[in-house]
Design a protein around this ligand. Structure first.
Ligand code: F6P
Length: 342
């Protein structure tokens, strides 16, 4: 059996650990031959492959990024030929199936390819933790740890100057990173896309913290929108590369907070630092387990499915289940954290 592996979408700590887990178990236990596919679906469309053997994955569980490279290429867009081109390429290279490691966009493409007759198995990846069918995705724990450490640092400089510090974290559609890192760092208010707040509500908590002699820490997810001003901040146009412009909400909030409270305020965007570097031990273990289970799933012919974490076990779900609604922060979880605000 010959299987191609690709990583697609934004990179994420733990991608290499999945690759290592799948190659080690697949080659040793089942005698599967693996090829690496460069730069996500782009490499599959262009038949850009290289052999992936046991020696190639040595020591990879602790290495950040992806040795395969990644891209946001969609195999159905432009003149890429969709499933028909891919089927021809796979036939020519004697590939029996594909392991696609990626987030929502990758899994949507994988589902379409599967429906068009391409054998694909999915492995969930997102630092945002926004995929419905998996309780946790690797990369999330690492991102939370990095963001928490950064906030601990922001607090000591905030304390020294009696400033309000605004930390903007990733999370385009959901606020999991903000919620967890904010709770861990003792934020005085956490702003997430699922719960619009007014500037008055934010300033109330900032002032309450300041009155108790604390330097206020405001944590905001990049997709947060101020209540009543959703339109003003939801469409910030396109950047120079024609991509939707994201982030920047910390820069919007900081002057508004300073103006209303009179407390000097600074904003920091943590950005891609949250995605870089070595995965946490939790993410190494989760990603490795997903890779090991991916090898089993291939041998069982579980195409059109995704391996996923349910509770503490790794299970299989269909692409349809994985592609349902986004895994948002439930209001009850936000309310639980809000007891700590101010
Ligand atoms: O989806 C993961 C994510 O890290 C988001 O939180 C963020 O908005 C986006 O990727 C950034 O994408 P890019 O690396 O393409 O700028």
């Amino acid at each position: 059996m010959k299987i191609g592996i690709l990583t697609s979408g934004g990179d994420c700590p733990g991608l290499n650990a999945v690759i290592r887990g799948a190659v080690l178990k697949g080659s040793r236990k089942y005698g599967i031959e693996f090829v690496g596919i460069r730069d996500g679906w782009r490499g599959l469309v262009d038949a850009d492959f290289f052999p992936l053997q046991r020696a190639d994955v040595k020591g990879l569980s602790k290495v950040g990024g992806t040795i395969l490279g990644t891209s946001r290429t969609n195999p159905y867009e432009g003149d890429r030929g969709g499933a028909e081109n891919i089927k021809k390429t796979m036939y020519g290279h004697k590939l029996d199936g594909i392991i696609a490691i990626g987030g929502e966009g990758t899994l949507a493409a994988a589902n379409r390819l599967w429906n068009d007759g391409v054998p694909v198995l999915g492995v969930p990846k997102t630092i945002d933790n926004d995929l419905q069918a998996t309780d946790y995705s690797f990369g999330f724990d690492t991102a939370v740890n990095i963001a928490t450490e950064a906030m601990d640092r922001l607090r000591t400089t905030g304390d020294s100057h009696q400033r309000c510090m605004v930390a903007e974290v990733m999370g385009r559609h959901v606020g999991w990173i903000a919620l967890h890192s904010g709770m861990a760092a003792g934020a005085h208010i956490i702003c997430i896309p699922e719960v619009p707040l007014s500037i008055e509500e934010i300033c109330e908590q900032v002032e309450s913290a300041s009155e108790r002699g604390r330097a206020p820490l405001v944590v905001v997810a990049e997709g947060f929108k101020l209540k009543g001003q959703e339109e003003a901040y939801s469409d910030k146009g396109l950047d120079a590369f024609n991509r939707p412009r994201l982030g920047g909400i910390g820069e919007v909030l900081a002057p508004l907070i300073e103006e209303r409270t009179g407390i000097e305020t600074r904003s920091t965007v943590l950005g891609h630092i949250q995605r870089g570097g070595s995965p946490s031990a939790f993410d190494r273990v989760l990603a490795t387990r997903l890779g090991l289970h991916a090898a089993d799933a291939i041998v069982d012919g579980a195409w059109g499915q995704m391996v996923a974490m349910k509770g503490t076990e790794i299970e299989r779900v269909t692409f349809e289940e994985a592609l349902g609604e986004l895994h948002e922060v439930p209001l009850s979880r936000y309310e639980e954290a809000s007891a700590l605000f101010g």
